[in-house]
Design a protein around this ligand. Structure first.
Ligand code: DX5
Ligand code: ZN
Length: 222
């Protein structure tokens, strides 16, 4: 079963309402919201007011990705804005375990993300406390980049680490996923495919979903 989590960074932000309706029409259940602080990343995207506006518009599962140096300062704000899950980076300045505990205390699902050059070993000790591991296959900051193939080996290593940990933890992959490489990402061990331009800039998004999730779309409506 494969979950597609469309990243609104790849959407037409001037038609965001229609783009969210498209995701719903496609039968998808997740929406990936890339929040960037311009410090952890060389780009600034959007913040909690944007998440709050989207929350009012949809019941989709809001998969909030915080590319922040100090995410701890914002967990309550994003919780109140309506996030369903918050994913932070292991490379952030704040001690990840404290931020993970805070997200859980707020009743949200929690993910830990690692950048392309970060070794899987860095997140092993956090596996008992998270619901998802988000493997970056691009440097965070921009949509539309090319997937870095060497990161797929990390997905397989993390899959093995999760098996040993004995907990149900999703593996998400984020960056450069298109209809023509999605099968390799799934084969490497991904459960969740974060796709920005691969969905929103596709000529036929329905065909993208169908070819990844199978004709009956069984997996993607998780
Ligand atoms: C990059 C973001 C990704 C990006 C994916 O910093 O974390 O979610 O928006 O966009 P595509 O799928 O176009 O690479
Ligand atoms: Zn992301």
């Amino acid at each position: 079963m494969t979950i597609i989590s469309p990243s609104v960074l790849g959407a037409d932000l001037l038609r965001l309402g229609e783009e969210i309706e498209l995701v719903e029409r496609l039968g998808l259940k997740w929406l990936h919201l890339d929040n960037m602080d311009g410090h952890f990343t060389p780009n600034i995207s959007f913040g909690p007011d944007f998440v709050r506006a989207i929350r009012k518009k949809t019941d989709l599962f809001l998969d909030v990705h915080l590319m922040f140096t100090n995410p701890m300062d914002y967990i309550d704000t994003y919780t109140k804005a309506g996030a369903d899950m918050i994913t932070i980076h292991v490379e952030a300045d704040d001690e990840p375990r404290y931020v993970i505990d805070k997200i859980r205390e707020n009743g949200l699902k929690v993910g830990i993300s690692l950048n392309p050059h970060t070794a899987p070993e860095r997140i092993r000790h956090l596996l008992p406390y998270v619901d998802m591991v988000l493997v970056m296959t691009v440097e965070p900051g921009f949509g539309g980049q090319k997937l870095r193939e060497y990161c797929l080996g990390k997905v397989t290593v993390i899959r093995d680490m999760i098996e040993k940990c004995g907990r149900d933890i999703l593996i998400a992959v984020d960056g450069g996923i298109k209809v023509d490489n999605a099968h390799r990402v799934v084969e490497a061990g991904a459960d969740v495919l974060v796709m920005g331009t691969g969905v929103f800039a596709a000529a036929d998004p329905q065909e993208v979903v169908r070819s990844i999730c199978g004709a009956e779309d069984a997996g993607c409506t998780y």
